[in-house]
Write a protein that binds this ligand. Structure first.
Ligand SMILES: [Zn+2]
Length: 44
């Protein structure tokens, strides 16, 4: 899931699965769709 977070007077979107920060909500959602952390069997 994507969470909104404020940092340095800017709004960031964080992937809850892996903690990645993105500056665009669309990008964050897109990332989340294929986030590796979501699928444990994919982690090497
Ligand atoms: Zn992620």
């Amino acid at each position: 899931m994507v969470v909104e977070t404020e940092r340095d007077d800017a709004t960031w979107y964080e992937c809850e699965e892996c903690g990645l920060l993105l500056d665009a909500h669309d990008e964050a959602e897109e990332h989340e769709q294929r986030c590796d952390a979501k699928d444990p069997t994919y982690v090497q």
